[in-house]
Design a protein around this ligand. Structure first.
Ligand code: F0G
Length: 331
């Protein structure tokens, strides 16, 4: 099974696919107990490259192949780069990715490099990278696969279809991290196409990178959640309209709140996501919820081993004797 079971609602044929989508919708008993709501986790880290980006990339790269493109390019905080590189490799296209130097998680960098993309470390941030690639594709016949590409939005809307099919109806609310604001736009489109009942869309940005919360671009965004370190979201206006029409909201969570949710998910629910993904659960814990709610966990925890080792307990060194092992295990 893959998201291509919704192919009649997608604008292209699956020319390039890694069987993405159909990710687990996991009940969260501890979070439910804590909040009083019925909480579910949509674990998008289970996609082929470990993030929701694959949903959009299979559609965008299929469209690029149909159109005869020779190469694909994107600006990225890391996940789009990993996904674009994988699908370009699969399609036999050249892939180029522009990432902010020093601000991309190790796993994502390893993926982009292993998939043989040309990886460019820009001495600038994501917003500058996106502005440059948008100019570049004006001059060259390269397909831009950032979420400004409509095919990306169409692919990513299938996550909403899966949630509605999984629960039998739309949930009361959707908690979701927001960076460039493509994904919340996609979920909105998905719910709209699926049925009339659109859940309240509750988007969360990191405090130091919260342009939509403040209503203006942030020149130097900062957050531990590198995936959403974005100061000028490309789909900001559309996302704000989607949020308003769902009677939802966009709010900020601090890095501390993000990291607390990140640890709690792994230690208490057994679900390991990356820090940016935990912004949805940080929002749930901070602002509360009622009814049946879904938190979107956008990327896998293995993407960012550095953040994990920073947050977790230390390993316990031990001599190779039974007594020593007994002491550290049972003590
Ligand atoms: N969560 C993760 C793990 C992400 O990688 C991103 C975006 C988001 C949430 C936010 O989604 O941008 O659609 O609002 N990552 C992009 C990238 C920017 O380049 O990988 P959004």
């Amino acid at each position: 099974m893959s998201l291509w079971r919704y192919r009649d609602r997608l604008p292209v044929e699956p020319l390039v696919t890694l069987n993405e989508g159909d990710t687990p919708l996991i009940p969260a008993p501890r979070l439910s107990e804590r909040t009083g709501a019925e909480v579910w986790l949509k674990f998008e880290g289970a996609n082929p490259t470990g993030s929701f980006k694959d949903r959009g990339m299979t559609v965008a790269v299929s469209a690029a192949v149909r159109e005869g493109a020779q190469a694909v390019i994107c600006a990225s905080t890391g996940n789009t780069a990993a996904s674009a590189a994988a699908y370009a490799a699969r399609a036999g296209l050249r892939g180029a990715v522009i990432v902010p130097e020093g601000n991309i998680a190790t796993g994502k960098l390893a993926q982009a490099l292993m998939h043989d993309a040309r990886v460019v470390a820009l001495r600038g941030n994501f917003d500058e990278a996106l502005r440059l690639v948008r100019e570049l594709v004006e001059r060259h016949p390269i397909s831009l696969v950032n979420s400004v590409n409509e095919f990306r939005i169409d692919g990513q809307k299938t996550a909403a279809f899966e949630v509605c099919d999984g629960l039998g109806e739309a949930p009361d609310a959707l908690f979701i991290p927001v960076g460039n604001a493509g994904n919340i736009t996609s979920w909105h489109r998905g719910f709209e196409e699926y049925e009339d009942a659109i859940p309240r869309l509750l988007g969360f940005q990191a405090e130091g990178a919260a342009p939509l919360v403040h209503g203006r671009a942030v020149a130097r965004p900062e957050t531990v959640a590198s995936a959403i370190r974005i100061g000028n979201p490309a789909r900001g206006e559309e996302a704000m309209e989607a949020i308003a029409s769902s009677r939802g909201s966009i709010r900020a969570v601090s890095d501390q709140e993000i990291l607390a949710a990140y640890r709690l998910l792994a230690a208490k629910e057994g679900v390991f996501c990356e820090p940016a993904s935990a912004a949805s659960v940080a929002g749930l814990l901070k602002y509360g919820a009622e009814g049946r709610v879904v938190c979107v966990l956008t990327g896998h925890g293995l993407k960012d081993p550095t953040a994990a080792l920073d947050q977790a307990r230390s390993v316990i060194p031990c001599e190779p004797s039974l007594a020593a092992v007994e002491e550290v295990v049972m003590g």
